[in-house]
Design a protein around this ligand. Structure first.
Ligand SMILES: NC(=O)c1ccc[n+]([C@@H]2O[C@H](COP(=O)([O-])OP(=O)(O)OC[C@H]3O[C@@H](n4cnc5c(N)ncnc54)[C@H](OP(=O)(O)O)[C@@H]3O)[C@@H](O)[C@H]2O)c1
Length: 429
């Protein structure tokens, strides 16, 4: 390996692609034992676009698929994005040509990871995607490699920097969601169309991948329960804080006897929980393993430099002769272990009601919960200036989620209710 020059074909010259060009330009010998990396072809949509890196001297390919197949490179790096279209076709073409592939494309791996893993296995080549989850902070290698000797019980993370930024800003400035989103768009923290981030879909791609690695199942986006942060109100942020919690967009995968339960939703975390401390655009990951106990990592989840670093780490693994399965098992074994929806699982919830200020309401709510076998952990009723009615907020002890749902449905019918009940899970990690 020592003196070999590894020839890289790079498709995608946007934020991450340009970051990688700069990184390789600054340090082509970054890999172990001094092997060298050289970019031998680049491709993007617009040949003459102004870019964050100088690619004028690099061979240009109009078609990323031609670059993927080109025998002039040893490794194909896909930094275009999207689960379908040219990114997918190019990755398939590179694997079919027996070429190692590195990608940062969470949508592609979450949607087609198993088929692509099967193709990579058939050709005996690596398919690596460290940058797809938490950008520059090593989450994939952490779960797939460092913790392979453990049995993971839960993986929970703040995996979308935009949502985390918005919720953090709402809490610190007291501004409502729409105002903070507009500011985040102005500052470039949120896309013009923010649906993928605030709707929970970006985090869903990432937790589907982590769940597959942690629980030996196929990454299955369709099995992820997803709720966005659009309906998180300032009122809930304040009331949760009064109860000792902070609201975060939490992506979580839990081991259950029937499979992995995977979801993304706004959730309450105790103020002293490490995940509650990750503010701004940071990403963070919390893991519970049977042997290792509780672990926590935090860092940059996006950006040119951090994400290019993760891509470079994958290139270095290929240079060092990486020979791991793409996930934890052969692709054919993964398919039999699909994630599940755990309707009967125990859940602790936050319930916020807006009620008429009249006697008997507290008793009616607590009786309805008690009849369903759900007991109350904490309770708060607070007069606020805004809007009609009085907010009444409580957290439950863990109870079957089906029992909680049934009780909330009945509470929603109480005559004193002035708005539909708002329910959010309280994280139990
Ligand atoms: N940005 C981050 O911080 C980050 C973090 C982690 C993972 N990722 C992942 O990394 C990948 C790249 O993200 P990015 O932020 O760098 O995206 P980006 O800035 O939008 O860049 C995308 C690149 O792909 C090129 N492209 C788009 N459609 C193409 C087509 N049909 N044919 C050829 N080239 C095409 C674009 O060409 P033009 O430049 O000519 O338009 C552009 O160079 C995505 O999978 C993303 O999810 C990004």
């Amino acid at each position: 390996m020592t003196d070999k020059t590894w020839r890289v074909g790079l498709a995608g010259l946007g934020t991450v692609g340009a970051g990688l060009v700069r990184l390789l330009g600054e340090d082509p010998h970054f890999a172990p034992a001094g092997a060298r990396v050289e970019i031998t072809g680049v491709s993007a949509r617009r040949r003459n676009a102004a870019r964050e890196a100088d690619v004028s001297a690099l061979p240009w390919f109009d078609d990323p698929v031609e670059l993927a197949k080109d025998p002039g490179n040893d490794i194909f790096v896909e930094l275009i994005g999207g689960s379908e279209g040219v990114a997918r076709v190019a990755v398939e073409a590179a694997l079919a040509a027996g070429k190692p592939v590195v990608t940062a494309n969470k949508a592609l791996i979450a949607s087609h990871g198993v088929e692509l893993a099967a193709m990579a296995e058939a050709k005996g080549v690596p398919l690596l995607f460290e940058a797809a989850v938490m950008g520059g902070t090593p989450a994939v290698k952490f779960v797939r490699e460092a913790l392979v000797g453990d049995e993971i019980g839960a993986v929970a993370g703040i995996l979308n920097g935009t949502s985390n930024f918005i919720l953090s800003q709402m809490e610190s400035t007291g501004q409502a969601f729409a105002q903070v989103l507009a500011e985040a768009q102005r500052l470039g923290y949120a896309e013009a169309d923010p649906t993928t981030d605030i709707g929970g879909f970006d985090a869903a791609h990432k937790i589907a991948i982590l769940a597959a690695l942690a629980f030996d199942c196929a990454p299955t986006l369709e099995a992820v329960e997803i709720e966005g942060i659009e309906d998180v109100s300032l009122l809930d942020i304040r009331l949760a804080r009064d109860l000792g919690y902070r609201i975060k967009q939490l992506a979580m995968a839990t081991h259950t006897p029937s499979g992995a339960w995977v979801r993304v939703h706004p959730a309450l975390l105790p103020l002293d929980h490490p995940l509650a401390q990750a503010d701004g655009a940071l990403n963070a990951l919390f893991i519970e393993g049977r042997r290792i106990g509780r672990m926590f990592i935090q860092g940059a989840g996006a950006g040119a430099g951090p994400t290019a670093t993760a891509v470079a780490a994958d290139i270095a693994d290929i240079m060092a002769g990486a020979r791991r399965p793409v996930f934890q098992r052969a692709a054919s074994q993964l398919l039999a272990r699909a994630p599940v929806t755990a309707h009967g699982a125990l859940e602790k919830v936050y319930l916020r009601l807006i009620v008429r200020d009249e006697p008997g309401v507290i008793a009616a709510v607590s009786e309805t919960l008690a009849e369903a076998g759900v007991s109350i952990d904490s309770f708060l009723q607070k007069h606020v200036d805004e809007g009609p009615g009085v907010p009444m907020v409580l957290t439950t002890h863990p109870a079957p989620s089906s029992a909680i749902s049934a009780a909330i449905e009945r509470i929603g019918l109480l005559p004193a209710l002035m708005a539909p009940p708002r329910r959010m899970p309280v994280a139990r990690i």
